[in-house]
Structure formats: C-alpha cells, structure tokens
Design a binder for this molecule. Structure first.
Ligand code: 3PG
Length: 391
C-alpha cells in the first residue's frame, strides 16, 4: 500500500475520500469533530504540495436520496474554520456542475463534494458512478478508515480507475496501530470486549482468541456467557440462541490457555432508567426481575488484575449502560485503569470512544481509533475492502 508521501501531487487533481460522518445536534452543530481533525494532516500535506484538493465523504444514511438534513454544509463551514482556508461546497458529488467547478480549480484550492450517499450508486459500488468520480481526479487518496469496511464506489470502485492511488496519513496510522497491537504485540496482550450483543461481536471474539493472552468480557454480552455456565442472571439481557456458542467459547478459551475474565458482581436495577433504584450484588445474587446494568466494584478489582502487567491492550465496547450516571462507574473505572496502564492501549468503536471522552482520559490512551464497524472488522481478522483496493 503506497503512502501519500510516495506521490507527487503538484498541480494534480487529488480526490481525497474522508469519513466526515460526524455527529450533529438539532442545530446542525458538530458535537464531535475528531474525524475531521484527524484528516487535517493529509489535507495540509496536499495543500503544501500544491495539489488541487477535491474531498468527498458520506454523511448518515440518506438511502440514495437528497435529504438536506444529511448535507455536508456544516462540515464545509467547520473545515474552513479549522484550516483558515476557503472550502467550496459543490452542489453535488458528480455531474456537469461539479465537473465545471473542479475544472476551474487552481493549485491549493479545496472543493468539498456534497454527500456521496445522495446517490444510491455510491453504496451499490456502481461502475458508472465510480467512473464519474474518477474523471474528477488524477490521484485518489483514501483517508477514510472508518468507512473502509464498505465496498462502496468512493472506497473501492474508484481506486482502480484513477492513475495513482495511496493511503492518507490517518488510514496509515490506524492500520499501523492495529498491526502493532494484534500482529506484533508486546505481551501480555489483553482484549477487552464489551457492549450489548454477543451476536455482533462473536466473530471478533473468536478471532481474538487465537491472538490474545487474556480477555475481559463485560457489558450486557457478559450475561449470555454467565447464563451459559448456569448462572441465574434474572431479567438481564441475554441472547438465548447463543448460549451454546458462549459455553463452547469459554471451553475454547481454556483449551487455548487464554485467561478469560467475566464480571463477578453487578449494579442491578428493575428498570432501565437513569433514576432507577440500584443495588450492588454478586453474580450469584441477581434478584429475579432485576437486570445487570453495570459491573460492580469487585469486577473492577478483578479486571485491574488483568490490566496490571498487560503490555498491549485493545478495547471495544463499554462495561455497562454508561450513558446513565447510575450505571457508568464500572466503565469509568476501566477507562482510568486502561489510561494508567504501562501499555500500548488502543480503543475503538463509538461507544468506547464516547466513554473514554466522558472519563476525560483521552490523552492517556495511546490511540483512539476513528472507526466503529471498520475497527470491529479488523478485530474479526477481515481485510478491509478499502485497504485491499489500494494494493
Ligand atoms: C461509521 O460511522 O461507522 C462510518 O461512517 C460508516 O458508516 P455506515 O455504517 O453508515 O456505513
């Protein structure tokens, strides 16, 4: 995979695929701009090299229709503020008007194309749409790690239709950190997997079992594992159809010599509400009708034991319903422990990143990935189509 630094960009039309799919509030204010800021080094490099910069991105899932709510206009304004350079928002991402606008660009100028997903051809990886995008450019740069698991036109189709292609700095950094933590880790390597559903993480869990020395499983998905060993988890969320798989997974971990850590106590409540009455109980004492919504203090102590001398930590998924303060303590404690570990720590996924942000420990994590689905697919051991397309 070539890096952007391997290419000469002067006077060339550079099509940069970014992932500016950022969260916004009702006033269309960007509430977290990390995905934009992480692409700035690539943008600045292209400008310094005197390329003509055409940026494209998706926003949300408008399902092939023009939906104003998903316009990239707020991103154009924000990017302009961050860079202190004019960013022209094109009326669309392909078509005559866009071609004229791009045709008039001079060196060092920036055009942001409107949301790619206003055309269903983007998600269909339509060859004609890919050609239309390719015709706008001499060079294609993918710096959109967070969408590189999607075989879409702007991620895959376009790559072979442009004269030169390479990875931007963000994509390269993401892949390098992942490689360092999973393929050449300093051991012990600890994986922390949490979140609501075993079903969405089973592939990742199974793949990681062949790589890690230790694994912590927390969040609602831990209930399924506990129930598979005969624990009565009360009214806690469980995926009953996965009990057998969970049981086999526990056996496989033992057979492979991976030390598996499951919660030993919980914060439980009868209702899933911020003001619910809560209790701390051991895993054997979850009252009937109550549900586990966070790990308890004994689990935090146990998990700290796994973290203590870990040299590499990879984390995806929270320990409980941390968005409500009543159920945030376990996840917040874990953020602190990961942050203070003498280890290379990598956190990925929207919820875990939000949790780290809430804890104020972002600066003490070695690397916070910008990917959600893409990060999980790497954990599953899959090759990302967007990365493969750069080969
Ligand atoms: C993300 O937010 O994970 C990426 O932007 C991909 O978005 P998608 O899941 O809608 O493809």
């Amino acid at each position: 995979m070539k890096s952007i630094q391997d290419l000469h960009l002067r006077a060339k039309r550079v099509l940069l695929r970014a992932d500016f799919n950022v969260p916004m509030d009702d006033q269309k204010q960007i509430t977290d701009d990390i995905r934009i800021r992480m692409v700035l080094p690539t943008i600045r490099h292209i400008l310094q090299e005197k390329g003509r910069l055409i940026i494209c991105s998706h926003m949300g899932r408008p399902k092939g229709k023009r939906v104003e709510e998903f316009s990239l206009a707020p991103v154009a304004t924000h990017l302009e503020t961050l860079l202190g350079v004019k960013v022209a928002l094109a009326p669309d991402c392909v078509g005559k008007e866009v071609e004229v606008l791009v045709g008039k660009m001079t060196e060092g100028e920036i055009v942001l194309l409107e949301n790619l997903r206003f055309h269903k051809e983007e998600t269909d990886n339509d060859p004609t749409f890919s050609e239309q995008l390719a015709e706008l450019a001499d060079v294609y740069i993918n710096d959109a790690f967070a969408v590189s698991h999607r075989a879409h036109a702007s991620v895959v189709g376009v790559a072979d239709l442009v004269a030169e292609k390479a990875a931007g700095f963000l994509l390269k950094t993401e892949m390098d950190y992942f490689h360092k933590s999973m393929d050449e880790p300093v051991r012990p390597l600890l994986a922390i997997v949490g979140g609501a559903k075993v079903s969405s993480k089973l592939g990742a869990l199974e793949n990681m079992l062949d790589k890690v020395d230790r694994m912590i499983i927390g969040g609602a998905m831990a209930n399924t594992f506990l129930k598979s060993t005969g624990v009565d988890v009360g009214a806690s969320k469980v995926e009953d159809d996965l009990l057998e798989k969970a049981r086999l997974f526990i056996d496989a971990a033992e057979a492979k010599g991976v030390k598996l850590y499951l919660p030993v106590d919980f914060v439980v409540a009868e209702t899933f509400a911020a003001d619910a009455v809560t209790k701390n109980v051991t895993f054997r004492d979850i009252p009937s009708g109550w549900m586990a919504l966070d790990i308890g203090p004994a689990s935090t102590i146990l998990f700290n034991e796994a973290l203590e001398d870990a040299k590499t930590i990879i984390w995806n998924g929270p320990m409980g319903a941390f968005e409500m303060d009543a159920f945030a303590r376990g996840t917040m404690a874990l953020c602190q422990s990961v942050a203070s570990a003498h280890a290379l720590s990598i956190v990925g996924g929207g919820d875990s990143n939000a949790a780290v942000k809430k804890s104020g420990e972002e600066r003490n994590i070695s690397y916070m990935s910008t990917g959600g689905g893409a990060f999980l697919e790497l954990m599953e051991g899959k090759m990302l189509p967007g990365v493969a397309a750069l080969a």
